[in-house]
Write a protein that binds this ligand. Sequence first.
Ligand code: ADP
Ligand code: ASP
Ligand code: MG
Length: 409
Amino acid sequence: MSLFVQKYGGTSVGTVERIESVAEKVINFRKQGHDMVVVVSAMSGETNRLIGLANQIQDSPDAREMDVLVSTGEQVTIALLCMALKKRGFDARSYTGTQVKILTDSAHTKARIQDIDVSNMRADLDAGRVVVVAGFQGVDEHGNITTLGRGGSDTTGVALAAALKADECQIYTDVDGVYTTDPRVCEGARRLDKITFEEMLEMASQGSKVLQIRAVEFAGKYSVPLRVLHSFQDGPGTLITLDEDFSDMEQPVVSGIAFNRDEAKVTVAGVPDTPGVAARILAPIGAANIEIDVIVQNASADGTTDITFTVHRNDLEKAKTVLGKVCTDVNAREVIADDKIAKVSIVGVGMRSHAGVASKMFDALAEDNINIQMITTSEIKIAVIIDERYLELAVRSLHKAFGLDAIEK
Ligand code: ADP
Ligand code: ASP
Ligand code: MG
């Protein structure tokens, strides 16, 4: 008998029929004698609908009230799933984040979990009940409802699995595992049997939304066995593993390709090339709580240079306002903004032991006439900023160039 924490995403609980199917599935595990803790997302589209309502009132509503609002989505699904379980004669109890006591910090809309009280859940499990927990939400030390950022139900699942020392955390979704790239964009994408935590962390941070990055961080930190599976199709899914040495397959150089359209690029042009000027430009950006991703400084010509960096698209207007002032302060020529960019990244632990990966990537992009605007690397990743229009072409070309189309399932 095992303890499983299963998380079902928005599409998997998107209709009453699907919620009933999830109940059937959970019951099958119960019948095999397993203890079950089930985390659910809001019904698909619900979180966006709630955010839309708020935005009809205000562009950036109060973060505390936003959390009160968006946390309601998950409260609906926990109750409906419990009803579906009880209708079938299985005892179940629903919990909001507050009722469990998933304690977080007070960073509304992007709170971090600090502690989980497992006592209520343990008592229910001991009494033979299925425990159903609302994903994506917690409570801070003052009793305020908090949420964990978009996709945060994954993190609830992993955190509960860590706290309860579950045998496995299973993330059920609308794909049958983690693929070499988003199967919606590349037909040749293949399911991976395994992927290392490190690679999954890079894939998630570079834009693969199949798992929230914090969920992967948590699983790595607490060694939670983590698997991504299809909610309604049988199959082994993808295991996220600490083990880098896959004896059953040859380790490819590149394991996956991630991308996102979430960033925008800003250039401060004609900056005097003197010590300290980059700090004077970036400090006010940091002070305005704007996160920076890729940064490039051009070689200086005629004593001036250009500093370009990317920010989240939602922060572009704020960044432009901050930089307008900075531009005058540092005596730069102008600020140029571009939100029609995309970032494409190749990820793989195999890169560590292979030379020439970057040139192969750049060759593949050149062959399709795709101009690289910025480049950034880490030990197991190379990412480029390109024109958004060429994103899908770039993903497909790189997928082919690195032999991912050919990997056997
Ligand atoms: P859920 O609502 O179940 O949390 P998400 O929409 O958050 O589901 O995540 C699943 C989606 O992630 C898939 O439908 C797929 O389009 C997308 N995705 C992006 N990159 C990948 C990848 N490498 N492998 C699998 N799915 C991916
Ligand atoms: N419902 C939340 C969202 O849409 C959390 C989740 O589904 O993981 O982001
Ligand atoms: Mg998700």
